[in-house]
Design a protein around this ligand. Structure first.
Ligand code: ARG
Length: 585
């Protein structure tokens, strides 16, 4: 494996060196290099640096141009405007850098972090005995993409699917099952759909009895106590609900083309044992106090109506532990046992106050230190085409599976229309990759904290910022590479590059820098935007620069080389986001 330093980093270094020797007090300063339309890059930092040193910016810029060593890297550096520098990179340097990337297999020359940490990613956390909805879609899709990106930088990620597998509703469910023993088929005898329909049926039926029959309600309440005290029969039945739900979860995750590991499904119940200790420690340390029988944590800056403080409830007055206690106990486990250096929660933004309080309480308790960052990647709401929270026509929440099925069906129409030589089976296979990719991409290409409209027509469109557009760009390149037959991609650094080739090449080189930035900021949309631009730059390159009919044999090989590296970069980038790139479409 041979990591490659990006052209941007090299140019930046060259400028910083020249700047420091032209004006020693700027040593270590950032020349603020940006990609630019006028040249390859523009450096805007000199203005402010000169002002600070009471020097004339244009003169300083001119001095930098004089001092800078062009070497093989730079073709031209010139002063522009009040003291900007326009920088043009040598064609040879572009091709040679890209060739080094191409020689580095899957990693494309992207280095691994020098000091990787351990990030525990809390994502894809549906609730037992409940249907998954679009909110769970976002958590799964965003979490999976963040993991892909972080892993690629060398960070170690550990997944935690904090499923909702505990709570008083289980008293009702279990008691109902005891009284109607045949209702839940064994988990190994059902598929995902049957599992969910069983669970739905039991949920509705038990709720109806619970609401109408006071005696059942009392039996259900006692059942909660039995569950909490670890009664064997009760726990076994609880486990059956969990297992049945997992069959359903896995079927949805499979449809989502997402790998979920069983050992990373660590739900709320996993922290039961630690919760009393969490409460005891918090009380002993004085972080939590008794208030009306409950154990709570107060915060100066968190107040509700009438300026009343809103507390975090660690333990209810009846002794029960809830959501906050399991999250606090999970933090202890993740930091102390898993040695996490970062905790990332991909959870609906509507829970951000909960996390703010949980993090603050954990800091006061010393469970979160300055060495550990904790962040809730709070995502926005999925809206319907009408701009209101996504609901069915009947006003119910949309079943995630229906939505995925519809996306795949729409994708099949698109694929069929374009398919020339595909069999029906191939069409279905592509449709799944295109449809699920479209759903994921639409989610990932908007900043996570924003709401977005779930608009299938737009999502599977061939034009515009969609995964289908990117997938077609990839497939088109594969078809060119196939057509090239015996002619293989070869870089020829001696060739002069056309403007469209330069633009594509410089963008290809920025892949690693982009992934690092997007991963550090937990911003998958930055990678999505990069890939969309890559496909667009490829399209203009393809329009302007004939590949197989180029002027010389070298030119053909070199353009094939650009095609090949574009395809590999698209493939890798999409894979990091969890999206497939079919070889043919
Ligand atoms: N199961 C919860 C829900 O559906 C999300 C869990 C989020 N993770 C956590 N550690 N609290 O809303």
């Amino acid at each position: 494996m041979a990591p490659v330093t990006s052209l941007t980093a090299n140019v930046n270094q060259r400028l910083a060196d020249a700047l420091a020797s032209a004006l020693p007090e700027t040593d270590g300063a950032d020349p603020l290099l940006r990609r630019s339309d006028r040249a390859d890059y523009q450096a805007n930092g000199i203005l402010a640096l000169a002002k600070k040193a009471k020097a004339n910016p244009r003169e300083l810029a001119a001095k930098v141009v004089e001092t800078i060593e062009n070497g093989d890297l730079l073709a031209e550096v010139e002063v522009s405007g009040p003291g900007f520098l326009n920088v043009t990179v040598a064609d040879r340097a572009i091709t040679e850098t890209l060739a080094a990337r191409a020689a580095d297999g899957d990693r494309l020359g992207v280095p691994l972090k020098a000091d990787p940490g351990i990030t525990v990613v809390d994502y894809a956390q549906p609730n037992v005995a409940k249907e998954m909805h679009v909110g769970h879609l976002r958590s799964a899709v965003i979490g999976d993409a963040l993991r892909g990106m972080l892993d690629f930088t060398g960070e170690r990620t550990v997944g935690r699917h904090h499923i909702g597998d505990w709570g008083t509703q289980f008293g009702m469910l279990i008691q109902y099952l005891i009284e109607h023993p045949g209702e839940l088929a064994p988990a190994d005898e059902v598929d995902g759909e049957q599992a969910m329909s069983n669970l739905n049926r039991i949920y509705k039926a038990s709720r109806a009895v619970f609401d109408s029959d006071e005696e059942f309600k009392e039996r259900a309440r006692k059942r909660v106590v039995a569950l909490q005290s670890g009664d064997k029969e009760t726990l076994d039945l609880w486990q059956r609900f969990v297992d049945e739900s997992k069959v359903y979860f896995y079927s949805v995750f499979e449809k989502l083309d997402m790998e979920i590991r069983d050992d990373e499904i660590v739900g709320e119940s996993a922290y039961n044992e630690g919760m009393p200790e969490t409460a005891r420690l918090l009380e002993e340390m004085g972080v939590a106090v008794r208030s009306e029988g409950a154990l709570v944590v107060f915060f100066d800056d968190i107040r509700g109506k009438d300026d009343q403080p809103v507390p975090l409830i660690v333990q209810k007055a009846d002794g029960g532990f809830g959501y906050a206690a399991s999250d606090l106990t999970a933090i202890r486990n993740r930091v102390q046992d898993l040695h996490a250096t970062s905790l990332l929660y991909v959870v609906d933004v509507r829970q951000s106050l909960h996390f703010k309080m949980v993090f603050e309480a954990a800091r006061r308790a010393g469970w979160l230190t300055d060495d550990v960052t904790a962040h809730n990647m709070g995502y926005g709401t999925v809206l319907g085409a009408d701009g209101k929270p996504f609901k069915t026509r009947e006003g119910e929440t949309v079943r995630l599976e229906d939505l995925l099925d519809e996306a795949v069906q729409r994708a099949a129409e698109v694929v069929r229309e374009k398919a020339r030589d595909l069999t029906e089976e191939e069409i279905q296979e592509r449709a799944a990759q295109v449809g699920i990719g479209a759903v994921k991409y639409a989610d990932l290409s908007t900043s996570p904290n924003r709401d977005y409209k779930f608009d299938l027509d737009q999502m599977v469109s061939l034009n515009g910022d969609t995964s289908v557009y990117l997938q077609y760009a990839y497939a088109r390149i594969q078809s060119i590479l196939r057509k090239a037959g015996e002619t293989k991609p070869v870089a020829h650094a001696e060739l002069e590059l056309a403007p469209a080739e330069r633009a594509l090449g410089l963008h290809l080189d920025a892949f690693g820098d982009t992934v690092f930035e997007a991963a550090a900021e937990y911003a998958p949309h930055k990678l999505a935007a990069y890939l969309y631009q890559l496909a667009s730059l490829y399209t203009s390159f393809y329009d302007k620069c004939p590949v197989l009919k180029a002027d010389s044999a070298q030119q053909v090989e070199n353009r094939l080389f650009l095609c090949d590296l574009t395809a590999r970069t698209l493939h890798r980038g999409m894979a990091l986001l969890g999206i497939r790139t079919p070889e043919r479409l």
